[in-house]
Design a protein around this ligand. Structure first.
Ligand SMILES: [Zn+2]
Length: 389
């Protein structure tokens, strides 16, 4: 799934005046050990049938019914261990289906004016464009990893001269060949490092994970360019000649998830500290919403099950943590949001704001379960300008 595809979902709006509705369906497969029971398919069918019933009861029929029928058909035939998401609005000719990692927190269907992106945002959160480089003394394979989707982008192969032992028993020749093999490996590592640097500069990847044998790591590491090394988030041990793609995906995925969690916790603490010192951080829904409106937000931190009521102005888009009947910005009548995340998440996706969902964070719990790290402080910047002029 690309960023552009996610943005397309975030800007989509169903035309309510024509009775259109944005349908979002998330399918969570059973854990592998429970797969034989096919409980997942039964749950999925139930969820869709319930939605069909309530759509009929509320008089929503027509195109929504067609979408639900199509999802029911899909739910009945779901196989495999991947998660699945469907975004549909046949009234506006929209149907998108995605295979996702099986961490969607349950099988659900949502019928709203916008697509429900919360499970997706929790999954995507702060996923960087990730390169996985598998390196040994004569090969390098370069992969992109995005949402459990591993894609090989290219490879470098330097066939080494026949290994030293094949040269027989002559000490001189053996030693000579060994030196040559070592020199060829050195050239190979340099070429790998150069390729990583060039791809990074082209913007092909943002973060790097290396898979190699432990014995090769010191040499691989010593050849990495300093700023490629800064982008390295971890390493795992693997035999490049025999490792399967599935294993690469799982091992790199584990390194990535650990890094995201640690980074989220660290940055959330930073935001909380900055908030106390009146710097580049805010806490609590009201302040986070304000910062979003002034375009200051760089990253948002939410506790895993965060949800809050708010109102949204359908006219100017202002979101208010106070449940006021009219918009403070333009005076238009507001509408209530049962969960403010429905408005925050699409905004974050559209503006490339990093979203971190944190399972545990004491400080964030105490600070109202939501905080943000800011790029700048509008009030301080204008203060400085005022002071300077
Ligand atoms: Zn307004």
């Amino acid at each position: 799934m690309t960023r552009d595809e996610i943005r397309e979902l975030a800007v989509f709006q169903a035309d309510e005046t024509k009775g259109a509705c944005a349908l979002s369906f998330y399918f969570q497969p059973d854990p592998p050990q429970d797969r034989s029971h096919r409980r997942e398919a039964i749950v999925a069918k139930d969820v869709v049938k319930q939605a069909l019933k309530s759509a009929a009861a509320s008089g929503k029929n027509g195109s929504l019914h067609a979408d639900l029928d199509r999802v029911l058909d899909l739910a009945t035939n779901l196989r495999g261990s991947s998660g699945r998401a469907v975004f549909a609005c046949s009234a506006q000719n929209f149907w998108k289906e995605y295979e996702l990692p099986p961490h969607l927190g349950g099988t659900h269907i949502y019928l709203q004016p916008h697509f429900q992106l919360k499970p997706l945002a929790a999954l995507l959160g702060a996923q960087p464009a990730l390169c996985v480089a598998m390196v040994d003394r004569q090969r390098a394979r370069f992969f992109d990893l995005r949402l459990d989707d591993l894609h090989e982008r290219g490879a470098i192969v330097h066939m080494l001269s026949r290994s030293a032992t094949n040269y027989g028993y002559h000490g001189y020749e053996g030693g000579h060949a060994e030196r040559r093999v070592a020199d060829e490996a050195l050239q190979h590592f340099k070429a790998v490092s150069e390729r990583l640097r060039i791809d990074f500069e082209k913007g092909i990847w943002e973060r790097l994970i290396v898979g190699c044998q432990d014995a090769n790591w010191p040499e691989v590491e010593s050849h990495l360019h300093p700023y490629v090394k800064q982008r390295l988030i971890g390493r795992f041990s693997a035999d490049v000649a025999s490792v399967s793609n599935e294993e690469i995906r799982d091992r790199a995925g584990a390194v990535l998830n650990r890094w995201i969690t640690e980074r989220g916790v660290k940055k959330a603490s930073e935001a909380l500290d900055f908030a106390k010192s009146n710097g580049r951080g805010v806490t609590g829904l009201r302040r986070v919403l304000q910062a979003l409106e002034t375009g200051e937000v760089q990253s948002i931190f939410l506790t895993e099950n965060y949800s809050a009521r708010a109102v949204e102005c359908p006219h100017c888009g202002h979101i208010d943590a106070h449940l006021v009947p009219t918009c403070v910005a333009c005076g238009h009548a507001t509408r209530e949001l049962t969960d403010v995340c429905d408005a925050i998440i699409p905004t974050a996706i559209r503006r490339d704001i990093e979203l971190f969902y944190l399972k545990e964070h004491d400080g964030l719990d105490r600070a109202g379960n939501i905080a943000a790290l800011l790029r700048f402080r509008a009030d301080q910047t204008s203060g400085q300008i005022a002071a300077a002029s």
